[in-house]
Every structure is written in C-alpha cells, then in structure tokens.
Design a protein around this ligand. Structure first.
Ligand code: OSB
Ligand code: MG
Length: 397
C-alpha cells in the first residue's frame, strides 16, 4: 500500500556548465521542478518533473507542469491508498488528457515512496512492476548527448573527449545545415568502430530524404526522431528507405503509441523517457512490449538533476535496456549536483545501479536545494473540517 500524504513542490534554478543546443531550442540554465513526497510514518522521498523551460520538446513546460501538478494531479492522489504504485497511472489517466510529465513526476514519486517504505532500491521495486519479476543489470552502459556545435571541428573535439572518457555511445544533435558534414567529420576522426548516432529532434521532413540517405552511409547505430514530434506514418515511410534503424523519442508518448510503432514499422528502436510517457508503469509496459518483440530500448535523458537521474538509472537496469542510455554522470552538466554522492561513470562508460541501497540510492542535498529554490508550494489535503454542532433551533415559521 502506498499513500502520498503531502507533496512539496519546488522550482530550483541550476545553471548548465555549458549551453545545450538541439534543433528545437537552446538551454543555458535549467529550471527544475523537484517534488518532496511524504508517505506514511514519516517516510519521504524526492522526484523530479522533467519538463523543459519552453514547449519545444513536448507541449509541457515548467509552468504548465507546476499548474497541472497543483491543480489536477496532486488532488487525485493525495491521501489515496494505492494497493501498488502501478495503480497510480490509471488513476491519473481517467478523464485527464496529456500533461504526461506532470503526471509522471508524481507517479514516479509513488514508486520512490514504495521503495523507501519497503526498504528496497527503486530498481528492485520497479523490477516487480505489474506483478512480475524481472532481472536487473548491476550497471548501465552510458552514452553522451552532444549539442549542436558551431563547427565540425568543435564537435570532433567533444566527441574525442567523450570517447576518451569511456562513453559507449556518442549521440550527435543535428539539424539542416549541421548534419552530414558534422557527423562525417566525427566518423572520420573516431574511425569505423566508434558507436555514433544522430538525433534530429524533428528537424526534417520526407523532402529531406536525400540528406538522410547520406547519413545512412555513415554506419550509425540509429537516427533518432528525424521527423515530426507526433508522427508515425512518415517515419514508417522513411524507415523503408533507410538501412539505419530509426529510433523514436518524441513520437512515443504511451504504450499505445509504441504498439502503433510496431504495427506500422515506424522505427526499430525506442528511446524511453519516463516523463514523456507518463511515468514508470507505462515505461515498464513499453519495455516489456519491446522486449517481447525483439526491439531494443534505451533510457533517454532530459538534462535531469541527480534526483531525476536516479529514476533513469533504476529504469535502465531492466533487461530490455540493451543500448547505452543518455545517463551522463552529474559532472557532465552540473558544477555541483543536488545529490550526494553525485552520479559517476567508470572508465568503461558504466554507471553503477545502487541495487542494494534502499530508495533512490543517493542522498538528496536538502540544504543545497533550499539555496537554489525560487518558489515552493505545499500540497496537502485540507484537515478534516471540524464538525460543529449548533444547538437545535426551531424552524422559522
Ligand atoms: O531529444 O533526447 C533528446 C535533452 C532535452 C530535450 C531532448 C533531448 C535531450 C537530450 C539530453 O538529448 C540527454 C541527456 O539528458 O543527457
Ligand atoms: Mg531525442
């Protein structure tokens, strides 16, 4: 049984070490929503809402998520005794459209709370989703996501450094004008065996098939989300014309969309981001579906703080996550993270899953979060109204 008694919603500001540019936008400082959830008997945990600052990735933003959590998500779950954390997602879907990242922040917090209350790690708790037991990997192979650079030479320098640091996958953000030449330069510099991929964040249409065909000659692990954010049909058309597997990110917003992708053959790999699909229950369901169909999945990232990263690491420990995840260590993005110890990666490009540490596996640095907080709101059920009995008065005649 898991019951969320109170949610403290905070916004913190965390400057990125360097600006991160993708085809659909630029971010220099993250605005991050953190949730502190209180359950029974004083047990608490933290979760993160992974919305961006602007609606360039999905329609949600930090501000819409703040509103959605306070107005619609929290009132549905506060004080409700859920038999399993699996039951939170359906409760948030009934007559409540969209706002997946706002829903996910609370839904994942319920998984975190269940893990903390049961004294097991988040990864172990998640491996028991939907009444089944899944094996767990003790460490996750990690990839880096390199933002769009001013020149191919600048990109090559970053790719070389990433390879030297041990990263198992180098994802290159592309857009028209910064694509074939850039990726080819990295292929040339790092050699034929280097694990490279490209992510377009919707920057192309089927009119660009010639450009995408040239990427096809660069032996990439995959091309991520080349076409529109909500498209499946055109991706299927494009996949028929490419040897390189298409990986879908933005287009997969639920289990149903993953089923559609399989039916339409819109792609051959899925990037699972739990925020994008409404939380852990849907993430596991998509994972299970893909595993059953031999479709590899990997865990994407949203420039999370160490709190969100702990959820991604737990998810990526599931057996179908066979491609390296966007799970860079804390110091890739932050001068100082909000968890201790920070997330680290070994020389072989692996992040260790804290399988035997209860809860998130890291300690949340509450003092640091206090310092970084720009607004805060406590969400709780109103205390039960005090019943006042007034003396019986004769009805007015
Ligand atoms: O498309 O995967 C993406 C960040 C913001 C929005 C979209 C994406 C990304 C990343 C970041 O690639 C990966 C990471 O968190 O390391
Ligand atoms: Mg992507």
């Amino acid at each position: 049984m898991v019951t969320i008694r109170q949610i403290t919603l905070r916004e913190i500001r965390l400057p990125l070490k360097e600006p991160f540019r993708i085809s659909s936008g630029l971010v220099t400082e993250r605005r991050i929503l953190l949730l502190e959830l209180a359950g029974e008997d004083g047990v608490t945990t933290w979760s993160e809402c992974v919305t961006g600052e602007t609606p360039n990735y999905t329609a949600e933003t930090v501000d819409t998520a703040w509103l959605a959590i306070a107005e619609w998500v929290a009132p549905r779950v506060l004080g409700v005794g859920f038999e399993q954390p699996d039951d939170v997602h359906p409760a948030l879907e009934r007559d409540f459209r969209g706002h997946n990242m706002a829903k996910a922040a609370v839904e994942m917090g319920a998984w975190g709370l269940a893990a903390a209350e049961e004294g097991i790690s988040l990864a172990r708790r998640l491996s028991l989703a939907a009444g089944r037991q899944r094996a767990l990997r003790p460490s996750i192979e990690t990839g880096i996501s390199l933002g769009i650079q001013p020149t191919p030479a600048a990109l090559v320098e970053r790719a070389r450094a990433a390879r030297a640091a041990g990263y198992r996958k180098i994802k290159i953000k592309i857009e028209p004008g910064a694509d074939v030449e850039y990726v080819a330069a990295v292929r040339e510099a790092l050699g034929p065996g280097a694990p490279l991929m490209a992510d377009a964040n919707n920057a192309y249409t089927l009119d660009d098939v010639e450009t995408l065909r040239r990427l096809d000659d660069l032996d990439l692990m995959m091309i991520e989300q080349p076409l529109a954010h909500d498209d499946l049909l055109r991706h299927a058309e494009l996949q028929r014309q490419l040897r390189t597997p298409i990986c879908l990110d933005e287009s997969i917003t639920s289990l149903a969309r993953a089923e559609d992708m399989l039916a339409l053959q819109s792609g051959r790999i899925v990037n699972i981001k739990p925020g994008r699909v409404g939380g852990f229950a849907q993430s596991v369901a998509i994972h299970d579906l893909c595993l059953a169909h031999g479709v590899p999945v990997w865990c994407g990232g949203m420039l999370e703080s160490g709190v969100g990263r702990s959820y991604n690491v737990a998810l990526a420990a599931l057996p179908g996550f066979t491609k390296p995840g966007d799970l860079s260590p804390s110091d890739r993005y932050w001068a100082r993270d909000v968890v201790t110890p920070p997330w680290t990666m070994d020389r072989e490009g692996r992040v260790t899953v804290p399988i035997d540490r209860p809860g998130l596996g890291v300690t949340v640095d509450v003092d640091r979060i206090e310092e970084l907080t720009v607004r805060q709101r406590v969400l709780a059920l109103l205390p039960a109204p005090r019943v006042t009995t007034s003396p019986a008065r004769p009805l007015a005649q």
